[in-house]
Design a protein around this ligand. Structure first.
Ligand code: XMP
Length: 531
């Protein structure tokens, strides 16, 4: 596959960037995303990362995130104190947000008033100085707050830039123009001019010139993959999902046919999925694309299993067994594989302390761990990109739109959308219903805004009537949600006509379903998948 690239190249690692120090705030990823949207490459690092010479290479600004804690004595010692000293020595500007604002103020001698007088939600601020970070904002500006501790009585070398109700300090800066704090959250959509605050910090204060785009990374990624892999071979499990597809194309561009992709048909896929993926990879010029039909193996392993967590465990184990067997077979023909390619993206790797961990306990998710003997080195070309950035890169690489528009689809596939035992008959019913829903939904312009739209088959029967016949068949749920990162989700409100048409077609055309309901539950308290 021959492709050309723009020649703007920035080597990975040495690029200009802003660091976001993560103190466990829920919005840490949002801060990084907003900076990138403004054309400045942002990287998240944990609060206890020592910012030495290496870590600060190319760094022109640092943002301290929010966080759930109260600033303590300990925060003002140890790594954070050393880091603040190092940044000051190098004259790197710092912006503190919420907890970060309080931390910076206290580190410079301000007094902290703990708790007692919280501000939550939309708040108006009075501007005292519009010359620096608040440039362009209007007096009486609405911002979004979420705090209970507050900064009081600034020392002489810090000056207040804005006040909120009861004269609380909503923003400040240091006399030398290197330290800034905002008590509100400029990164959330509820702060209408938040973007302008970040822009002032990045462009006017740190001196970034913007202009970074995810597409700029393509060339550097390809060079990085080919340097890492050298003359070795890479094996990769591909599902046809956006991430693994874009990752595979990048690896292939770097090392050509030394990449072998394995697509496992687990017998739980949607209608036509295997054929679609296979033909798309063929179109993209993949020669070493190996399809393994393991339907029987998966379905017999799932026989009699009703518990969704048990289904997940069995599917993950079976996947490993099938993948391992195929890897051995391929090694006999093509020689050893040193690397395992993966479509891991930035949020999978860097989980914000507050948002990342809780979900793991709710459902046993995601990445399958390979057995010890397959001790391959992992190569993750998308490790620094967000989902929408991956799509942009994919579009630039000429990956067919039908692959880039695909919604996320869980590894355990339709097994976790069937209540009770997974049988071929249940799969037939669900596949048919799901195909109808996709056909109808893709006619609605809302489709591109939707995170996922799918059907769930319930192990519940109800009475219906068809012609003169009484029916007693299963119920199907239509679930359509909007989301940014699947951590939270809201119920989508597509055109009512489309929903009604899909529901009518499902109840009429699918043998086995006589009732269709729409799921009105957001996440939380629901999850996106039913099982
Ligand atoms: P929940 O249901 O936890 O789903 O709100 C959040 C996102 O994760 C997907 N999901 C899974 N993906 N293995 C996966 O690879 C799983 O076991 C699994 N369970 C849920 C789900 O489709 C949604 O996008």
């Amino acid at each position: 596959m021959e492709r050309t690239f723009p020649v703007r190249v920035r080597p990975m690692g040495a690029r200009e960037r802003v660091l976001v120090l993560d103190f466990g705030g829920q919005y840490t990823h949002l801060i990084a995303r907003r900076c990138r949207e403004l054309g400045v490459y942002a990287e998240i690092v944990p609060q206890d990362r020592r910012l030495d010479e290496d870590a600060l290479h190319g760094v022109k600004g640092v943002i301290l995130s929010g966080g759930p804690r109260t600033v303590t004595e300990q925060d003002l010692m140890g790594v954070t104190a050393e880091n603040l000293g190092e940044l000051r020595k190098r004259q790197i500007p710092i912006l503190g947000i919420c907890f970060g604002h309080q931390l910076l103020a206290v580190a410079h001698g301000a007094e902290l008033a703990p708790g007692g007088n919280p501000e939550y939600g939309n708040t108006r601020i009075r501007l005292l100085d519009e010359s620096s970070i608040l440039r362009g904002l209007e007096d009486g500006q609405t911002v979004w707050m979420s705090h209970s501790d507050e900064v009081r009585s600034l020392p002489d070398d810090l000056k207040a830039l804005a006040l909120s109700r009861d004269d609380r300090i909503a923003a400040f800066q240091s006399d030398d123009g290197l330290i800034y704090g905002v008590q509100f959250h400029p990164e959330v959509a509820h702060t209408p001019n938040g973007r302008s605050v970040l822009r002032s910090f990045l462009f006017d204060i740190c001196g970034f010139d913007g202009g970074w785009t995810p597409e700029d990374e393509v060339e550097a990624i390809i060079r990085w993959v080919s340097e890492e892999v050298g003359d070795e071979q890479v094996l990769m499990g591909t599902s046809g999902g956006v991430d693994s597809t874009v990752a595979a194309v990048l690896i292939k561009m770097a090392i050509g046919e030394r990449l072998h992709c394995v697509f496992v048909d687990n017998g739980l896929l949607r209608e036509g999925e295997r054929e679609d993926v296979q033909s798309a990879f063929r179109e993209m010029g993949f020669e070493n694309f190996h399809v393994v039909d393991a339907s029987d193996e998966f379905l017999s392993a799932l026989e009699g299993i009703e518990d969704p967590e048990e289904k997940r465990r069995i599917i993950a184990e079976t996947f490993i067994r099938v993948f391992e067997r195929k890897a051995k077979e391929l090694e006999e023909t093509y020689g050893p594989f040193t690397f395992l390619g993966q479509g891991t993206i930035y949020p999978d790797r860097v989980e914000s302390a507050a948002t990342g961990k809780a979900t793991a306990v709710i459902k046993s998710h995601h990445n399958v761990r390979l057995p010890e003997w397959m001790r391959m080195r992992v190569i993750e070309p998308l490790r620094n990109l967000y989902k929408d950035e991956v799509r942009r890169v994919g579009a630039q690489l000429g990956i067919p739109d039908r692959l880039l528009r695909r919604q996320p689809f869980p590894g355990p596939s339709l097994a976790i959308r069937i209540g009770g035992e997974v049988t071929r008959e249940q799969l037939r019913i669900l596949r048919h219903a799901d195909r109808i829903l996709q056909e109808e939904m893709s006619k609605d312009p809302i489709y591109d805004r939707i995170w996922q739209s799918f059907c769930v088959l319930l192990p519940v029967r109800s009475v219906g009537v068809m012609g003169d016949q009484r029916t007693y068949q299963q119920a199907c749920v239509i679930r359509i949600v909007e989301s940014v990162d699947a951590m939270t989700a809201s119920v989508s409100t597509p055109d009512w006509e489309i929903l009604l048409r899909a529901a009518a077609r499902i109840a009429n055309e699918v043998e086995g379903i006589n009732r269709v309901v729409y799921d009105l539950t957001s996440k939380p308290p629901g999850t996106i998948e039913w099982y």
